[in-house]
Design a protein around this ligand. Structure first.
Ligand code: PLP
Length: 414
């Protein structure tokens, strides 16, 4: 179906193969699956026969979601997890061991920075790249580096990663690149096609779209060669060649961690995913219009990759199809003014997530980034006077009117 457009492929390439003809894969709300005889279950456990045994390992509703994500990201296989953080943890731990190092972009999601902090206790050290360029990634690589990590669009710093450039650097040094594609989604870019080896999505956000289920998903390409010297954990899977990571993930680390996706949440994701293209198209257009409207208002500085003032504008134009994402940040001059504007808005909800159909706003410094110290906050692009906006699908005139009124009504910036 590669010749189809984005929405057509999304709707038709992973059609339900339900035996009753259900148009959506139903919710298989069961913990386990029974079999005709002992031999059949033996075959399934030995991976010699397709089938299901236990929902922690896999489930038909979850598998339908995984197949849609594989198609969407242009990968070879996917593993769905209980949350985006679950997917990130598992994707990293499936290849790292004590003594290994990570090179990561600095403007990362706060939860991911916390995860890297916690991995220090297991002997895994992370070096951060302050300016998110291929050359700066290369400077941080040592002979212990085992993975490069970045977000397509950093949340909330909104720096854009040159995926092709960073993948080239990674591969020259024999390490894979993991990309968190949550903020951009495959609607804007398919990182695996630009050279990334593994892509992780917090599907709690745009993939699901309606904020009705937490989940995450790991999607793998199959080009990276896992040499046994640098990745001793891959040795037992060497016979699977470039699929070693994916086979190890599915058969060892993922079931052992137990952070599986529930069938109910997989169903909600399958439903939400069908409108990803429509929602992203509208949300990106709304975000661009809102960014232009707020840019130049008194005492407001807008950060959005779709504005020519963004340092990432050219890269974003080159790398993304159909928009620049739907997250905007504003510097307002002071924390008090940021709070005044947040409290004066009538349409957006003050909420900690992103990617809903409704517009969401937050003051990151006092909430989602509050556990980071000041240096970490700065590196993450979080400031005391900053507001983050996750733009929804509302009518744009209503959004711009509400934001203009709230900004004009707030104390003028001295
Ligand atoms: C939300 C988010 C995560 C974490 O996902 P959860 O589903 O909340 O666990 C990871 N990365 C990014 C970029 C996110 O926005």
């Amino acid at each position: 179906m590669t010749e189809c457009g984005f929405n057509t492929a999304l709707l038709h390439s992973a059609a339900s193969d339900d035996p009753q003809g259900a148009t959506l894969t139903p919710i298989y709300q069961c913990s386990a699956f029974q079999h005709k005889n002992a031999e059949e279950l033996e075959q399934i456990f030995a991976n010699r026969k397709p089938g299901f045994s236990y929902t922690r390992i896999n489930n038909p509703t979850v598998q339908a979601f995984e197949r849609r994500m594989t198609q969407l990201e242009g990968g070879v296989t996917s593993v769905a997890c209980a949350s985006g953080m679950g997917a990130l943890t598992i994707s990293l731990m499936n290849l790292l061991q004590s003594g290994d190092e990570v090179v990561a972009a600095a403007g990362l999601y706060g939860g991911t920075v916390e995860l890297f902090n916690m991995l220090e206790a297991f002997g895994i050290h992370t070096h951060y790249v302050l300016r998110n360029t291929p050359g700066d990634f290369e400077k941080q690589i040592t002979d212990r580096t085992r993975v490069l990590f970045a977000e397509t669009i950093g949340n909330p710093r909104l720096d854009v990663t040159d995926i092709h450039g960073v993948a080239d650097v990674a591969h020259r040094h024999g390490v894979p690149l993991i990309i968190d594609n949550t903020v951009a989604t495959a609607y804007l870019v398919q990182p695996l096609k630009l050279g990334a080896d593994i892509v992780v999505n917090s599907s709690s956000k745009y993939i699901n779209g309606n904020s009705d289920a937490i989940s995450g998903v790991i999607t793998c390409a199959s080009r990276f060669h896992w040499d046994a010297e640098h990745y001793p954990g891959m040795k037992p899977f060497a016979k699977f060649g470039n699929m070693a990571y994916a086979v190890k993930l599915r058969n060892t680390f993922f079931p052992a961690m137990g952070a599986c996706l529930s069938p109910q949440n997989a169903f909600l994701n399958n439903l939400g995913l069908e409108t990803l293209g429509l929602r992203m198209e509208r949300q990106c257009a709304n975000a661009l219009a809102l960014a232009h409207c707020l840019d130049g208002m008194d005492g407001i500085t807008v950060n959005y990759p779709g504005l020519p003032t963004s340092a990432y504008y050219d890269l974003a134009q080159r790398q993304f199809q159909g928009g620049f994402g739907a997250i905007i940040t504003l510097r307002t001059g002071s924390r008090a003014r940021a709070f005044q504007i947040l409290d004066a808005l009538t349409l957006p909800s003050i909420v900690s997530n992103i990617g809903d159909t409704k517009t969401l706003v937050i003051h990151p410094a006092s909430t989602i980034a509050v556990h980071l110290d000041q240096a970490e906050q700065q590196a993450a692009g979080v400031y005391e006077d900053m507001i983050r906006i996750s733009v929804g699908i509302e009518d744009i005139e209503d959004l711009t009117r509400d934001f203009q009124r709230a900004v004009k009504g707030a104390e003028p910036y001295e």
